[in-house]
Design a binder for this molecule. Sequence first.
Ligand SMILES: [Zn+2]
Length: 372
Amino acid sequence: MRKHTITPNLFIFIIFLEFFFLLFILPHNPLFFHHTTTLPTHRSSATMTKEYALQFDENKAFDHLKSQLDIGPRIPGSKEINKTREYIISNMPIDWKLTWQSFVPNESWNDEHIELVNLIFSNTTNPFLGPQILIGAHYDTRKYATNDLTNRTAPVPGANDGASGVAVLLELARIISLNNWTSYISLAFFDAEDQGQLEGWPWIVGSTYMAQHMPKNHTIGRVVILDMIGDDELNIYQERSSTDSLVKEIWDEAAALQYNTYFLPEKKYTIIDDHQPFLKKGIPSVDIIDFDYPEWHTTKDDINAVSAKSLGIVGRTIEAWLYSLLGLNADNRNDSLPPPPVQKPTRSFLFLAAFATLVIVTYLRKVKKRTK
Ligand SMILES: [Zn+2]
């Protein structure tokens, strides 16, 4: 029997094309490959803390806080918030790549068409594929001091509510770079967290947008939000909607550092904050927030209400937690640091590979028939 619909030369060309596609194009397409490395299970650094000195510098963090106050109130759409973005970008270590996520909410409350911007940093082109930990803070400040008894239409300076989280994130970025942990972590600076109930605005606009625009095959397994952690009388209770296992990981670290008078092992408030959109996506998330703050949403949320010491307590707790998850710097120790993320084929890739095999087998059978 002789029946050829495609010439052998064309077949060879098709096979060549397929191999080219499989070898060189697919591995770079996140649609076809997941980046996966499972983090080691968490162990508290209680015994490890004696072996190394934590490097988080509370004075460096406090300088970042003061610089934001010098800029002025950071209201969405203002020139001050633009300056704050410039400040954040120019103070991130160079090994982080920036994903600039901007959008203009098409809603009645945004009749001024204000553009909102989340700044997401990681060492990959997609901050959700590869990194497994997302640490975030909002960088906007509230337009009106709605809890102020005398000055309700003045803006909130946002020393604690805004600047403290950003300050700790910027200093953590330095620590993460020092320890070669960048492959595992994305850092997010959210816009428009704090405008809720002002002129119709909702809360947590930036983080909601980010969570809704994560790819389905994202690798983020832990989200940590830092908000209002600079209060000079620091009492951080466990936030009720946060994921229990993640709360335990971090509160265990704090206890190991003897910070249990600041990280109180007790649930107290439920808070609408930037962790909520990620919880909704099913990602374990924790909101680290000191909600016992008399200056909250008043004009007194200024430099006098915050301290470098508090930033240090929270920063070192997160640093210790990262050590427990990721191990010590490979330059300091030979062990502990897990390998960088590996790529695993997705179902789409396997389907295409099977299809390619089918084409090859069909061709070989035709060739065999012809030689008969
Ligand atoms: Zn607030």
